[in-house]
Design a protein around this ligand. Structure first.
Ligand SMILES: Cc1cc2nc3c(=O)[nH]c(=O)nc-3n(C[C@H](O)[C@H](O)[C@H](O)COP(=O)(O)OP(=O)(O)OC[C@H]3O[C@@H](n4cnc5c(N)ncnc54)[C@H](O)[C@@H]3O)c2cc1C
Length: 446
């Protein structure tokens, strides 16, 4: 799947207000910075996804006392591994490494992690036919002067008629959004900062394994699972955190890494309330519905990528990059399509809807060769509530405001808090975990 096809311009990342080369970021990591610092305080991290785990990994390397509070029964957040469904491990969340020029580039080369370039071919479902190419150029959403209107409106304005509706939904869906909600200007502006490279890679094992083996292994003894944070009281110098069972935890600094959907929902009460400007900023950052459905068949009747379905705008052969024999097709469903399928109410109904669409594309072969399905609906996950953050129309600098720390006590990390154009990604989440530890260390030094 061609998720990151645009040419990225910048090779610099901004960490803690400084511009430093991205190569430095991956090279320095935990080893060199703040070697002389001796901090006696305690840091609590809320959320054990990629951002929280990496923040913990850096804190540990600095000898700073920390604990991670995680609501779910597992760590990893939007990274997950499904075994037993196919004869290869399946990524239930993040799957592609988007560019090697990231914090993971050297981690991968120093480890036994095997990755493969994803250069799979795409077919389009267009005017009820599978075709190799489209009559009109759909690469209209990048570069130049672009208006702050939705992908849907801009596509129509540029002459991509209704027959392109689900092609455009796929393009917006890559960004985790419905085409009616994603801003052409905002998305383009944020992605101009992208510096990780424009190739996508698949893991022979899973993305979860990389994080588990290289990062979580160092810190998992400090994760408290099934701990749903409900209140953060930062009135006094000692911050008091309460969980849903009324257990109390105290800390000097807190790194909040929960998804932006959780911050928007008010599931965590802040005392005193967060500033209005910050709450408004949260509300302007989009987070749409998203699910992955894995369909197992007894043969590979399908193409490597199928773009443009009305029920699911993006299907991909899940076995690419794996050592495998099973025939698994991934339905990558985002935005309105994920909302529609969620509303069907059951995994069985979701599966039937997808099989019907595939039958129309492949003359009934889907139902005839269907074996089983697995639905991973991130929208109904109580501690994620969606896919990943996206740029809304009128978003402005909401991401920057959302990211600012409060009173040298509360620090905000997680993919939605990445202001280097790497939001929506695992490496982008990890960068924010790193950035907030550096911000804490800088604040301590002052
Ligand atoms: C379907 C899908 C496909 C994706 N594909 C890719 C991909 O191919 N490549 C890529 O780079 N990225 C991909 N992403 C995005 C990537 O998964 C995320 O950007 C990244 O994993 C987010 O990490 P995070 O630490 O910011 O948040 P999360 O992983 O969401 O971690 C936040 C943690 O906070 C916990 N939490 C929430 N509320 C509370 C609470 N009240 N108390 C305590 N803990 C709480 C959650 O349980 C969660 O574990 C995909 C995401 C989805 C959903």
């Amino acid at each position: 799947m061609e998720r990151r096809h645009f040419i990225k311009q910048s090779t610099l990342l901004s960490i803690g207000g400084l511009l430093i080369p991205s190569a430095f970021l991956s090279a320095c990591r935990k080893e060199t910075l703040f070697e002389d610092l001796n901090y006696e305080g305690k840091v609590l991290i809320i959320g054990a996804g990629a951002a929280g785990l990496y923040a913990a990994y850096i804190l540990k390397s600095k000898g700073i006392d920390f604990q991670i509070l995680e609501a779910s029964a597992n760590y990893g957040g939007r990274l997950g591994k499904l075994t037993g469904f196919a004869n290869f491990p399946i990524d239930t969340g993040a799957q592609w490494l988007h560019g090697k020029n990231s914090i993971f580039g050297d981690l991968i080369s120093k480890s036994n992690t095997k990755i493969t370039l994803d250069d799979s071919e795409t077919k389009y479902w267009f005017n009820n036919q599978l075709v190799n190419s489209l009559p009109q150029n759909t690469a209209i959403f990048e570069g130049g002067e672009l208006p702050d209107i939705s992908y849907q409106d801009y596509a129509l304005q540029q002459g991509l008629g209704n027959e392109y509706k689900y092609i455009v939904e796929n393009i917006a869906g890559d960004q985790g959004a419905a085409a009616s909600r994603l801003s052409v200007f905002g998305n383009n502006q944020e992605e101009e900062n992208w510096s990780s490279g424009d190739e996508d890679f698949k893991f022979q094992e899973t993305y979860f394994d990389l994080i588990d083996n290289q990062i979580a292994s160092d810190v998992k003894d400090k994760i408290l699972l099934n701990t749903i944070v409900s209140k953060v009281d930062y009135t006094q110098s000692e911050i008091i955190i309460t969980d849903s069972n009324n257990n109390l935890f105290t800390a000097d600094k807190v790194i909040i890494t929960v998804p932006i959907s959780i911050l928007k929902s008010g599931d965590i009460q802040f005392i005193p309330a967060l500033p209005d400007e910050k709450i408004t900023a949260f509300s302007k950052i989009g987070m749409g519905a998203g699910m992955k459905v894995f369909l197992k068949f007894n043969n590979t009747f399908f193409d490597e990528n199928i773009i443009g379905g009305e029920i699911c705008a993006a299907y991909a052969d899940d076995s690419i990059g794996k050592i495998q024999t099973d025939h698994i097709l991934l339905a990558f469903v985002m935005g309105d399509q994920a909302e529609y399928l969620t509303a069907l109410g059951s995994d069985a109904a979701i599966t039937v809807a997808l099989l019907q669409e595939l039958d129309a594309m492949y003359n009934g072969q889907a139902s005839a060769s269907f074996i089983a399905s697995h639905v991973q609906n991130w929208t109904t996950h109580p501690f994620v509530k969606g896919a990943y953050s996206y740029s809304t129309v009128g978003m402005g600098d909401a991401r920057k405001i959302a990211t600012q720390s409060i009173n040298n006590k509360l620090y905000f990390a997680g993919e939605a808090m990445n202001i280097n154009g790497h939001h929506q990604t695992v490496h982008g989440a990890v960068e924010t975990g790193y950035r907030e530890v550096i911000n804490i260390l800088n604040d301590i030094k002052k």
